[in-house]
Design a protein around this ligand. Sequence first.
Ligand SMILES: Nc1ncnc2c1ncn2[C@@H]1O[C@H](COP(=O)(O)OP(=O)(O)OC[C@H]2O[C@@H]([n+]3cccc(C(=O)O)c3)[C@H](O)[C@@H]2O)[C@@H](O)[C@H]1O
Ligand SMILES: Nc1ncnc2c1ncn2[C@@H]1O[C@H](COP(=O)(O)OP(=O)(O)OP(=O)(O)O)[C@@H](O)[C@H]1O
Ligand SMILES: NC(=O)CC[C@H](N)C(=O)O
Length: 575
Amino acid sequence: MKLAIAQLNPTVGDLKGNAQKILATAKAAAAQGANLLLTPELSLCGYPPRDLLLRPGFIQQIQTTLEQLAQDLPPGIEALVGAAQPNVNAAKKGQKPLYNSMALLGHGKVKAIFHKRLLPTYDVFDEDRYFESGTTPNHFHLEAGDQVLHIGVTICEDLWNEDDFWGERTYEVNPTAEVVAAGVDLVVNLSASPFTVGKQALREKMIAHAVQQHDCPIIYVNQVGSNDDLIFDGCSVAINRQGQVVNRAPGFVPSLHVLDYGAPQQDLSPGTITPLLDSPEAEMWSALVLGVKDYSQKCGFSKAVIGLSGGIDSALVAAIAAAALGPDQVLGVLMPSPYSSDHSISDAEKLAHNLGIHTQTLPIGNLMAGFDHTFATLFADTAPGVTEENLQSRIRGNLLMAIANKFGHLLLSTGNKSEMAVGYCTLYGDMNGGLAVIADVPKTKVYGLCQWLNQSVQTNGALGAIESQGKTEIIPNNILTKPPSAELRPDQVDQDSLPPYDILDDILERLIQQHQSAADIVAAGHPEAVVNRVIRLLTRAEFKRRQAPPVLKVTDRAFGLGWRMPIASRWSLTN
Ligand SMILES: Nc1ncnc2c1ncn2[C@@H]1O[C@H](COP(=O)(O)OP(=O)(O)OC[C@H]2O[C@@H]([n+]3cccc(C(=O)O)c3)[C@H](O)[C@@H]2O)[C@@H](O)[C@H]1O
Ligand SMILES: Nc1ncnc2c1ncn2[C@@H]1O[C@H](COP(=O)(O)OP(=O)(O)OP(=O)(O)O)[C@@H](O)[C@H]1O
Ligand SMILES: NC(=O)CC[C@H](N)C(=O)O
């Protein structure tokens, strides 16, 4: 029997386009003799469809598209296609109106529907909002000539439940154990599992554990591509009865792999194993490049604009944009003020040259003077301070949005996770933008990524669309070595206002990712006064983060849907 792993990149809501992708892949798989096409979770609607699921018209269109797709499939191949399905008993039983399902298409019809059993409702997932859990094990017999393969169907979270792997009971039900008890030869897991750094190694350990626990090979098929804030890395794997990876699809690109299952061992035969990326930096880079590429393309942008300060944050975002869209599609705008250092301009120009992106220089001194003049009477008895400093940021934000409006660019905002956490950024200023590219990358990791970028250009030149041949650096060394500064007043450096970034980032990770209390963090060796100050800053900046652009998620807890803190709150995160 031949099974085709279709690692697809659907666009949320593009039912027609997604159906065409599934059909084209089914034809390619059939041409290679495949008997069954395996597609990711909700492959027809794209994951996550969020509140589109509340629109009756969306659900109706899913049904008609699914039926049409069943009729269009080439003969000889069946397909498991992911689609939300109505729960006909919802009103009578007081249940949720939908199931998260896989439809088995074949012989011109929808032959069977399998419902997801375990619904993730934590971090960025909210499936309990829409879906009812399936209650019975999902399995079917695939028949081709005189061969029959008994296949167990699980959908993403259904596999994330092995108590002894996680060391704690996560769910009452174990869908894998139930299909294995029904006597299946093979389990497939159709997923939309978002990327975070290091997650693929964890997935493979978890799947190998399940294979050994249940003595059953597993094929895991993941979505690829980025939808809003979530990046899906693909890396679909097949693990044989011995717990060995026999096929791994590449990360961050769509792909099709056809695998054999059968005699003599009744197991999966070896396929192609794409090596995993060799560092956390390589993973993060690939994910962010895909995030910018897909967000732009799926929202209809081909060009991006970025404020280029000569600092490290805007340098990294410009590099990601150049790799994602092509250097020719990226505009860096230099907006020096009277407080800007000479190196802010020369470093930004050097960076732009290394990347091959376009630049424009728009000095903001006159606009600052115009604001001073207009406010002269109103602000007459006040001392200049943060208000005037922030005006520079807001002037730049306005200029950038005007360019975005005029030329149809997407404005990429450049704030990193550390400054988003403590509110070291200006609303309607440097926070302006359509996509917050590195707002889940702590400042220390921004440095790590830039250093990795410079090393990669020397060793393998793997920098997407950036021309790297003959170059020894992408991020100019001076950008890497000078102290970070907002340059909003003379001689300002970040470290005047914030703890050193290595200390800040460690405290933030403990607070945001590990939910530690102040006492836990002090016990880990941080001074109490610094911990309390960081907690105050983190809490106070909630209102800013609520107004930030979508943040590309690369860590286990990103700002956005996975971090839902109240704004008007009196609870202190010291506890
Ligand atoms: N709970 C709440 N709900 C809604 N709004 C709230 C609020 N609390 C304050 N506010 C409002 O927010 C204002 C304060 O926020 P905001 O105006 O953003 O400004 P603010 O946080 O006061 O200042 C920005 C900080 O970011 C630093 N920084 C660092 C790096 C780069 C840049 C840059 O811009 O390039 C800036 C800058 O040095 C300064 O320390 C208050 O004046 C108030 O109007
Ligand atoms: N002189 C400038 N010209 C153009 N854009 C600027 C200028 N100064 C600031 N910006 C914009 O505002 C953003 C915020 O500035 P900030 O100083 O926090 O970041 P950075 O300069 O990129 O990095 P670093 O903080 O390490 O210096 C910049 O990334 C950039 O997009
Ligand atoms: N779509 C899902 O069910 C995803 C949940 C799963 N635990 C993951 O992160 O990969």
